[in-house]
Design a protein around this ligand. Structure first.
Ligand code: PHB
Length: 359
């Protein structure tokens, strides 16, 4: 049997991919007024259509899910129409693209929310750090604890957003349960101190994610749904007292759905933290479907992970910001453009759609 590498096609649920190079979701803060995708967003994604799969930047499932300026939503007719231009352009270039469904929970600020409401969260615990607002950085506030009887409404927002994503032409959705946003705030015990059925044990802390996944799968089918986790990422003031137990449980519980994939951010954005003892190979074994690994991989380490069976696909983030033709560059072992961090978040075409392709 020929060796599997980054250039081996793969079927991900209902989605056929030309290669195993995934463009990771990347927040770029360049949506137009009303959080509507615009022409430069279409250009940016179209330039990167040679990825086996593009996972879009996080896209808010409701107006209450917003956490940053100028991030695109998937809850208004204008947003759906804006995204449709993006997905049409990617498909015209034979690409595949799923939408990342995002609710920021406590990682938000009243100035970003309808009626200047408090952000919502599993528990009223103020995260350390500062929110990005239209008025600059401001301290995070203490969020409002969601009542148990509000959770079906959140699940319904995910279901509607998934339908909207298919209406916008996406090949599927990725449920963002990573990096300290709402679903991850429920999963980890540093941010979840609830005493109802959604807090306490790993089983209870997983309940909201599983209900959301069931609703989305019930609405658009399991072959078009992935889930993203980040067991050791401390970003957004996250912690868990037993991450291996928590996330082994989550990965195993997700098997009931027959999902298109599990996508795991395997690193900690806080590079000064003590090295983690988390065993990602063990996590991978708990999940029976396709596994996308993400976090600091290069061509050699990605191919080694595929060969060893530790991953089925590998996602690249920053390299895709700076290299629209990353797939061709990896294939040819061509040098990569260096990224410009000053233009990662917000701004215009500079540092967004002007990175050069190979000659
Ligand atoms: C970010 O804005 O830095 C960001 C957003 C979403 C993520 C991770 C990081 O999942």
């Amino acid at each position: 049997m020929p060796t599997i590498d980054l250039f081996t096609p793969i079927q991900l649920g209902s989605i056929a991919l030309a290669n195993r190079i995934v463009m990771a979701p990347l927040t770029r803060n360049r949506a137009a007024a009303g959080n509507v995708p615009q022409a430069m967003n279409m250009e940016y994604y179209q330039q990167r259509a040679s990825a086996g799969l593009i996972v879009s930047e996080g896209s808010q499932i409701s107006a209450s899910a917003v956490g940053y300026p100028a991030t695109p939503g998937i809850h208004s007719a204008e947003q759906i129409a804006g995204w449709k231009k993006v997905t049409d352009a990617v498909h015209a270039h034979y690409g595949r693209i799923v939408l990342q469904l995002w609710h920021c929970g406590r990682i938000s600020h009243p100035s970003l929310l309808p009626n200047e409401a408090l952000p919502v969260a599993p528990s009223a615990i103020q995260p350390n750090g500062q929110a990005f607002t239209y008025q600059g950085l401001q301290p995070f506030v203490t969020p409002r604890e969601l009542a148990t009887d509000e959770l079906p409404g959140i699940v319904e927002d995910y279901r509607r957003a998934a339908r909207n994503a298919l209406a916008a032409g996406f090949d599927g959705v990725e449920i963002h349960a990573a990096n300290g946003y709402l679903l991850d705030q429920f999963l980890r015990d540093g941010s979840n101190r609830r005493s109802d059925d959604y807090g306490g044990s790993a089983e209870n802390r997983s309940r909201l994610l599983l209900e959301v996944t069931a609703a989305v799968v019930g609405s658009i089918g399991p072959g078009r749904v992935g889930v993203r986790l980040s067991p050791i990422n401390a970003f957004n003031d996250m912690s868990d007292s037993a991450p291996q137990q928590t996330f082994d449980h989550v990965a195993a519980a997700l098997n009931q759905f027959g999902l298109a994939y599990l996508h795991v951010m395997e690193t900690n954005f806080d590079t000064s933290a003590a090295p983690s003892t988390f065993d990602f190979k063990q996590l991978r074994k708990h999940f029976k479907g396709p596994y996308i690994a993400n976090g600091g991989y290069d061509k050699a380490s990605a191919n080694a992970a595929l060969k060893a069976g530790d991953a089925d696909l590998v996602a690249f983030g920053v390299p895709f910001i700076a290299n629209p033709d990353l797939v061709a560059r990896l294939a040819k072992d061509a040098p990569l453009n260096p990224p410009d961090p000053a233009t990662f978040y917000g701004g215009d075409e500079k540092g967004y759609t002007d990175y050069p392709f190979l000659a």
